[in-house]
Design a protein around this ligand. Structure first.
Ligand code: THU
Length: 136
């Protein structure tokens, strides 16, 4: 039985994925973040003719969460328009890391079915990471 919150997040990620601005790669990504209080924030990728200015879907969703005053990610759902699961890029792993706890779950979903295919912790995706504690 799928977790109803994750199912809702997957639907929201799929909806927002179609808002991607991806005229260069034609690869659309959608993300939905749940903060600790269960509020949800979505993001899509936004490309730029100056390629390195592209912003990823995860970064957009996390920015929206922080703008709303939340600082902890309970879970994040990510999906991409290809047939392969969309794994978060290295930069996004570090961005997730900033606001994750050891309980944060990262769900990779199939964009065709919204089904959860893989679940990770941030320690699994970015082991032995640099983080806020290094600057305390
Ligand atoms: N992309 C994301 O939005 N998130 C990732 O974690 C991987 C890549 C986007 C960036 C770019 O617009 C497109 O996918 C192809 O790299």
């Amino acid at each position: 039985m799928p977790d109803p919150q994750i199912a809702l997040m997957a639907k929201k990620a799929r909806e927002i994925m179609h808002n991607a601005y991806a005229p260069y790669s034609h690869y659309q990504v959608g993300a939905c973040v749940a903060a600790e209080d269960d509020s949800l924030f979505v993001g899509c990728n936004i490309e730029n003719a100056s390629f390195r200015l592209t912003s990823c879907a995860e970064a957009a969703a996390i920015s929206a969460m922080v703008v709303a005053g939340k600082k902890r990610i309970k879970s994040i759902v990510i999906m991409g328009s290809g047939t392969e699961l969309c794994a978060p890029c290295g930069a996004c792993r570090q961005t997730i890391r900033e606001f994750a706890t050891s309980n944060t779950k990262i769900y990779l979903c199939d964009s065709a079915t919204c089904e959860v295919c893989k679940v990770f912790t941030i320690e699994q995706l970015l082991p032995n990471s640099f983080g806020p504690q290094h600057l305390e």
